[in-house]
Design a protein around this ligand. Structure first.
Ligand code: PLP
Length: 435
């Protein structure tokens, strides 16, 4: 046997062992899973939450802690894939929701809170106009459709490994369930190739859409030069630049775009901005957004029963104005930067082929020392070790995404960061021969 196949066999053996312990230790989660398979395909209604042999079911959460159906306690380092920024049942958000419930919900009418929330979102992220949706997927669907109508062009440039929602998945190039737009697929962070592709499709290109840091594809930041090139080239050919800040708007008070100094034509939002309720939004230049102005004879329609629902408007407004202030955003992301540097220091000291990428309060683990410039680089790293890391972290009481992504929520403090660092150090020691 070669050294590589010996190592692979050892990783497989370690994985079998941790999964056996997992199955034995989680009978109630297993029973729930078996029951769920009878009524939902594969027992699942949100693909990202599934993993083999079966996912844990959570039954309770408070602050930055969660408890599963078998009574295990976890520190929530997933933070609901960035949507759970406030932690579980933050008292300010809770009070805003209680107050809203006391006044009745589902008015089927305009309400007072949506204006205040719209103003807060516009001021925070430098938008001239905003419209609300119920999810980030919907926000991107509307923004893309709007850009195509505004420019009277059909093509949509996206990036390999990008993700903009349930019908906008571009891992491995695309997904059969994607919304049927005319896509041009480019390579993230490849300045010259992307510039050439934009020039090639110039006359038909309606928009370029991307995250300023790819989140689900492995927390891969765009280089500032890449984003400035996209701004210049889209302007040159008359296409719109749409920044998907559904995840990354949390990384600085004005979103990641404010750090990079690139002003897009439209920005899309989601996740934590709704205070933990269902949320999406898109906004930007008035000249484009005002195509939805219902006073116009040629106004575009944009329906959505729950677009201005009072629970989201109330929780979102309280969160953005009273909790996640500019100072709180800076502090949370400084904590994240320090944590990532600390974890990378442990990997380096152990001489392990392991690194944590990301910015501020979002990070992801990769089992390679090679630079990660785009999601394809991330996909080349060892995936079995990532699976082993996931199960080892669960055994240490750390809740994270199966794909190795973690995000910080506001209640996470020094003690929780110490607990994660200790778990990573133990992993580095226990799995030394495999890394
Ligand atoms: N855009 C990005 C960058 C995302 O990460 C996500 C969700 O993970 C979405 C859009 C879709 O948001 P939602 O799940 O609310 O539809």
């Amino acid at each position: 046997m070669s050294e590589t196949s010996l190592r692979n066999a050892s990783i497989d053996a370690a994985l079998n062992e941790v999964k056996e312990a997992y199955v034995t230790g989680n009978p109630n989660s297993l029973a729930r899973y078996v029951e769920a398979t009878g009524v939902m395909p594969g027992g699942n209604t949100r693909t990202v939450l599934h993993y083999a042999p079966f996912p844990l079911a959570m039954t309770r959460a408070a602050g930055c802690r969660m408890w599963d159906a078998d009574g295990h306690e976890f520190v929530d380092f997933l933070g609901e894939y960035t949507a759970g920024l406030y932690g579980h049942s933050h008292p300010v958000i809770r009070a805003a929701l209680d107050k809203a419930l006391d006044s009745g919900i589902s008015y089927g009418a305009s309400n007072m809170t949506e204006v205040r929330f719209a103003r807060a979102v516009c001021e925070r992220f430098g938008l001239e106009r905003v419209r609300f949706t119920n999810s980030g997927t919907e926000a991107n669907l509307l923004a893309i459709s709007l850009a195509r109508i505004y420019t009277r062009r059909p093509k949509v440039m996206v990036f390999n490994g990008g993700y903009h929602g349930a019908v906008f998945g571009f891992a491995g190039g695309g997904s059969p369930i994607n919304a049927p737009f005319d896509y041009v697929l480019a390579t993230y962070n490849d300045i010259e190739a992307t510039r050439t592709l934009i020039a090639e499709h110039a006359a038909a290109l309606a928009l370029v859409i991307l995250e300023p840091m790819i989140g689900s594809g492995g927390c891969v930041p765009a280089s500032h030069d890449f984003l400035h090139m996209l701004r210049a080239e889209t302007e040159r050919v008359g296409a719109l630049l749409v920044l998907d800040e559904v995840m990354t708007s949390r990384l600085a008070p004005g979103g990641l775009q404010s750090v990079i100094g690139v002003k897009p034509d439209l920005t899309t939002f989601g996740k934590y901005i709704g205070g933990g309720m269902s949320f999406g939004a898109f906004g930007g230049r008035a000249e484009i957004m005002d195509l939805f102005d219902p006073r116009r004879s040629d106004a575009l329609p944009h329906a959505g029963t729950f677009n201005n629902n009072i629970l989201t408007m109330s929780a979102g407004l309280a969160g953005l104005t009273d909790v996640y202030t500019a100072d709180a955003a800076r502090a949370l992301n400084a904590r994240g930067d320090a944590l990532r540097e600390r974890l990378n220091g442990l990997c380096k000291a152990a001489g392990a082929a392991m690194q944590f990428t990301g910015i501020g309060s979002m990070l992801a683990v990769h089992f390679t020392t090679a630079p990660i410039r785009n999601p394809a680089d991330a996909a080349k790293a060892d995936q079995k070790l990532k699976e082993l890391f996931f199960f080892d972290m669960l055994a240490h009481g750390i809740w994270l995404a199966r794909r190795g992504m973690m995000t910080l929520c506001l209640p996470i403090g020094d003690a929780e960061c110490d607990k994660l660092a200790a778990a990573v150090q133990e992993f580095l020691e226990a799995r030394r021969s495999l890394l």
